[in-house]
Structure formats: structure tokens, C-alpha cells
Design a protein around this ligand. Structure first.
Ligand SMILES: Nc1nc2c(ncn2[C@@H]2O[C@H](COP(=O)(O)OP(=O)(O)OP(=O)(O)O)[C@@H](O)[C@H]2O)c(=O)[nH]1
Ligand SMILES: [Mg+2]
Ligand SMILES: [Zn+2]
Length: 357
């Protein structure tokens, strides 16, 4: 970590946690990326926000987009008109998703975050399979995942739905809220103390910006009603924005994601699906396909209700998708001549493990 001169401790107000040590940063200053839009980058140094441009090397077309500055990054910039972003400081954490298209495989959603709050609406948006997909993506990134069920004020049995869901995703905190009510959202402040950064993710219309505004205590982010017939949002938020909260924490509001692709580095053997993997290992045949073989532990668990049928179907779907994504990622790295395994170190073994489909 390079040393950063922050005599006034301003950076602490924008989520900087390493003790600032005055030393040579070769005429560069430090700030955090708080927004990125068509017009360029917006930085904040804890005292004020300002626009900045990227140094030429970040603009090379061949550059992997994950190596460009992203919202949440601490960067070193050369002061001037305009300020020029020269370097990205090492990221504490990164939230990535798979990217559509041929070229590059992954996309950064946010960096240097401590908690990922996954929002799901208790209206027509409610979707446990999508929640499991989000949790899989977050699993090994080093931030705490938590689930936020919004619009609890719109239905009668919110607590029962949350309890059901908790059985499906044990070990993950679930908060059931009305995003418009300051008292209702108070438990979320636990993720947003001084120095902490949390990111809000979820489909359009779930209430990410509504929650942001309630945490802020003012209507800064635009919000819009959802479509009546299917509860879908209207893609109101168009770029990611890091916002300082009165609680001392930082919150990143994001645009609703249309599609949530796996990166290819996720791990189905550990985490929320570990029980299924364990179960499958007790089938009589080591290569059991779980489709009618004798002494199949998975079929037995499905039959007596120990394994939820919808959860099993989602597992199979995610497994197939993960196999394909891992293959693509591996091929891409081979093409680029990169010998290293993906960050989470999973791609190689995946093909071997899940060949029996
Ligand atoms: N009753 C109720 N309405 C909510 C709640 N949360 C959000 N809403 C409403 O849902 C609509 C969509 O909320 P937004 O905050 O714009 O949703 P978003 O997740 O930011 O959507 P995008 O920016 O499009 O991704 C608005 O009309 C909000 O008032 C809630 O907990 N209860
Ligand atoms: Mg929004
Ligand atoms: Zn089996």
C-alpha cells in the first residue's frame, strides 16, 4: 500500500481505513471514485468532490476493464485542470459479475466494500432463486452478505416469508423492511458505521434508491414507481454512486441489474450449497446423475422433503452455468497466455468435478 499524505484526516470521511502516513506519493493526491458516468469520473477526497480524467494508459482498448478505476476505488491523481487519475490503490475487496459479450469476461460492480446488501421486494419481485444467485456471486469476495426484503409494509405475511427463506439460506442475515421508514431501516446502520462501505444490489424497482434516501435523510436519489402488473422497476438509477451517510459510513447505490451472470470463479462445494454437495457424495454410485439410479441420496432427500425441490433445480441450473462460465474464463486466460488460475482458484477443478451430467 503506498503511503498517503492525509494530514487533515479527510479521507477517513470517505471510507479510507489504513492509517495515513505522510510520505512521497510523487506529487500525487489521494481520493475515492464516487461516480462514473459518460462525462467522466467523479472523485471525493473526504472534503469535496470534483471531476477527473483518466491517464492515457487506462484508455487503451485492449485493457481489461476490471483494471480501470471503478466506484469505490481509492486512486492517486495528479492535481491540475483537469485532475488526472494515475493509479488505483490495491483493492481491499471487489464485487464482480460475469459480463455479456465476447471480449472481456468480468465486470466490476464496486470495490473496497465491507457489506453487500442484496435487496429483493416482497411484492411481485420476490424470487429466492435470484437471491441464491446473488449470494453465490458474493460468497468468496471478502464482504459480508445480507439480505434485505423491502416493501414489508405492502404484504400481510412478511415475517412468515422471511422465516421460510431463512430455512433456505441459513447463516445469512435477513432484514425485512419498509425502505421508506427510518425506524424500519435502523438495523441496517450496523453495516454503515464510520469507515464502513456497503453496496446495494438488486433488480430495478426493489427500492435501492428509496433506502439510500431514507438513510441519508433527504431525497437525493431519483426514484420511480414500479409497473403495476409485474412490479418491475423503470431503471431509474443510471450510474453507480458512492454516497456519504450521516452515520459516517459510505453507501453505493447501483442501477438495477437486468442480468446477473456468474463470473466462472464461484464455488458450489462450499457455502450455501455445501449440504447438497455432501449429500451427493453419499449416493451409492460416485458418478450418480441423480435421475433414477438406485440408492440415490439426492432423490431420497427430495422425496422426504429434506431437500427443497426448487432449491435443487436452482442448484442444477447454477452448476451448468458455472461450468460454462469457468470454461470460457479458462479459454480466455489461455488465449491471453495467462498461466495463473482465476482469483478464487476454482476454474481448473470445475471441469473435472462436474463432467458427469
Ligand atoms: N411501500 C413501499 N414502497 C417502496 C419500498 N421500497 C421502495 N418502494 C417504492 O418502489 C419504487 C421503486 O423504488 P426505487 O428506490 O426507485 O427502486 P430502485 O431499486 O432504486 O430502482 P432502479 O433505480 O430502477 O434500479 C418507488 O415507488 C418506491 O417508493 C418499501 O419498502 N415500501
Ligand atoms: Mg435506483
Ligand atoms: Zn444420486
Amino acid at each position: 500500500m503506498p503511503f498517503v499524505d492525509d494530514p487533515e484526516h479527510h479521507l477517513a470521511h470517505i471510507g479510507w481505513r489504513t492509517p495515513a502516513v505522510p510520505l512521497d506519493t510523487a506529487g500525487l493526491s489521494c481520493a475515492r471514485v464516487v461516480a462514473q458516468h459518460r462525462a467522466g469520473y467523479q472523485l471525493h477526497d473526504g472534503a469535496a468532490s470534483f471531476n477527473a480524467h483518466l491517464a492515457a494508459r487506462f484508455l487503451k482498448r485492449a485493457l481489461d476493464p476490471t483494471q480501470r478505476p471503478a466506484v469505490g476505488d481509492f486512486v492517486l491523481y495528479a492535481p491540475g485542470t483537469p485532475p488526472i487519475i494515475e493509479r488505483i490503490l490495491p483493492r481491499r475487496t471487489e464485487l464482480r459479475r460475469g459480463a455479456a459479450g465476447e471480449g472481456h469476461q468480468q465486470q466490476i460492480i464496486a470495490t473496497n466494500i465491507d457489506a453487500v446488501l442484496v435487496l429483493n421486494g416482497l411484492d411481485g419481485d420476490f424470487n429466492p432463486a435470484r437471491i441464491e444467485r446473488y449470494l453465490l456471486l458474493i460468497q468468496d469476495m471478502g464482504a459480508i452478505p445480507a439480505l434485505v426484503l423491502t416493501k414489508a409494509d405492502k404484504i400481510a405475511d412478511a415475517a412468515a416469508i422471511a422465516a421460510d427463506l431463512q430455512r433456505r439460506i441459513p447463516g445469512i442475515a435477513i432484514h425485512t423492511i419498509n425502505a421508506k421508514s427510518p425506524t424500519s431501516i435502523a438495523p441496517l446502520l450496523a453495516y454503515l458505521g464510520p469507515g464502513q462501505t456497503a453496496v446495494l444490489v438488486g433488480s430495478s424497482g426493489v427500492g435501492k434508491s428509496t433506502l439510500t434516501n431514507t438513510l441519508l435523510g433527504e431525497a437525493r436519489q431519483a426514484t420511480q414507481t414500479v409497473r403495476k402488473h409485474d412490479s418491475r422497476g423503470r431503471h431509474t438509477t443510471t450510474h453507480r454512486a458512492l454516497i456519504q451517510l450521516p452515520s459516517g459510513g459510505c453507501l453505493i447505490d447501483t442501477p438495477g441489474m437486468r442480468e446477473l451472470r456468474l463470473t466462472g470463479e464461484e464455488n458450489l462445494e462450499q457455502g450455501q450449497f455445501a449440504d447438497i454437495d455432501e449429500l451427493a457424495q453419499t449416493c451409492r454410485f460416485g458418478d450418480c446423475g441423480h435421475v433414477g439410479e438406485p440408492d440415490c441420496a439426492v432423490r431420497a432427500a427430495l422425496a422426504d422433503g429434506r431437500l427443497d425441490a426448487q432449491r435443487w433445480r436452482n442448484y442444477l441450473k447454477l452448476r451448468d452455468e458455472l461450468t460454462a462460465a469457468a470454461d470460457t474464463l479458462e479459454a480466455q486466460m489461455r488465449r491471453k497466455g495467462e498461466a495463473r488460475l482465476p482469483a478464487k482458484g476454482f476454474g481448473k477443478r470445475l471441469g473435472e468435478r462436474y463432467t458427469h451430467r
